[in-house]
Design a binder for this molecule. Structure first.
Ligand code: NAI
Length: 336
């Protein structure tokens, strides 16, 4: 039996994780979940929001499914999510973004893949308070990390029958840092003549995404723009409740939704587990459980097509009703 690390997180994390585990169990595959707690709740007992045992577990199992972990805003401990990505060198954040059935959105046929550099940029956490009225953050971009993520984006395009990679920067203003990211992308692009290459500034990119998202295929971005633009893309196809993600490195992969811990709806059985489920489906594909992944996706799509949706998508189903509806459909599909 395959062992996979399961990081339950906090806020809506435990609810959506339980929902997804029930659905995976109902698909008939057996996974041994190595459950690891992380986040603010364990600081008192373990002295850290991300103890070594969590990292060791992912290193041992190679693959993890993770739900969101709260990060204090403007103070407190460094993001568990950022730390985990850094410690495991999960350099590529992959966020496919496409329309799901029966979810009404402004645009049809959106099919964008956001490839976000995941280890540096302003996320390196190099900040200092110069004096009471001045603080600064260092935006660190290196050639090695930039070329590596550009190669990931182009390889992804080749392997997934994509036509174009568009690099997104603000290299007109951040001439050195974003300039280096752009220069690296140009160099890697020249090695992939079969994939079209395009350059765009991030402000224009946001406007173009809102006006005409169908023009975009694979977007390649440094860390911070990637974070912001992927939420924008999620908004184009129905919101954070459905936006899946994966953090991929050379040795390990951690699958997690794009959204955060949604404290405003935590513990109310309101959360949409779809983003977590779509991330789990990609995890199943990644470990070779393609049949189970396909069945779960079909059961999810049938549920949405039947008009069963959570409140974020305009429906009235609770997290548990929605989950049960998927399990009911899965029971029929697994019998066939
Ligand atoms: P958020 O993504 O948690 O929530 C933004 C809005 O989307 C809220 O109105 C929330 O109710 C809604 N939403 C999010 N996921 C949903 C779901 N599955 N179903 C229904 N509605 C959903 O963003 P926010 O509020 O900015 O951040 C909350 C906390 O999460 C912060 O501490 C932040 O640092 C953390 N966070 C953690 C991430 C991770 O663990 N990878 C990623 C992003 C944020």
């Amino acid at each position: 039996m395959r062992t996979i690390t399961l990081i339950k997180g906090d806020g809506i994390g435990p609810e959506i994780t339980d929902a997804v585990i029930k659905i995976i169990n109902a698909s008939g595959i057996a996974i041994d979940w190595d459950i690891q707690k992380a986040g603010a709740d364990i600081i008192e007992t373990e002295g850290s929001p991300l103890p070594k045992r969590v990292i060791d577990s992912v290193k041992k199992n190679k693959v993890a499914l993770k739900s969101p972990v709260t990060t204090p805003i403007g103070k407190g401990f460094r993001s568990v999510n950022v730390q985990l990505r850094k410690e495991l060198d999960l350099y590529a954040n992959l966020r496919p973004c496409y329309n799901l059935p029966n979810i009404k959105t402004r645009y049809d046929k959106v099919d964008i893949v956001v490839v976000r550099e995941n280890t540096e940029d302003l996320y390196a956490g190099i900040e200092r308070q110069i004096d009471e009225n001045t603080a600064e953050s260092i935006k660190r971009i290196t050639r090695g990390a930039s070329e590596r993520i550009a190669k990931f984006a182009f390889d992804y395009a080749v392997n997934n029958n994509r036509k174009e990679v568009c690099v997104v920067t603000k290299a007109n203003i951040c001439k050195l840092s974003d300039g280096l990211f752009l220069e690296s992308a140009r160099k890697i692009a020249s090695l992939y003549p079969q994939i079209a290459f395009r350059e765009i500034l991030v402000d224009n990119c946001c406007m173009q995404l809102v006006q005409n998202p169908n023009q975009f295929d694979v977007l390649l971005l440094p860390n911070l723009y990637g974070d912001i633009v992927s939420d924008l893309c999620a908004g184009l196809v129905g919101g954070l409740g459905i936006a899946q993600g994966a953090n991929i490195g050379t040795d390990y992969a951690v699958f997690e939704p794009v959204h955060g811990s949604a404290p405003d709806i935590a513990g109310q059985d309101k959360a949409n587990p779809t983003a977590m489920l779509m991330s789990a489906i990609e995890m199943l594909n990644y470990i070779g459980e393609n049949e189970a992944a396909q069945k779960i996706k079909l059961a999810l799509f049938e549920t949405l097509n039947a008009g069963i949706k959570t409140a974020d998508l305009g429906g009235s189903a609770s997290c548990s009703t929605f989950t049960q509806a998927i399990i009911d459909r899965l029971a029929i599909l697994t019998k066939v």
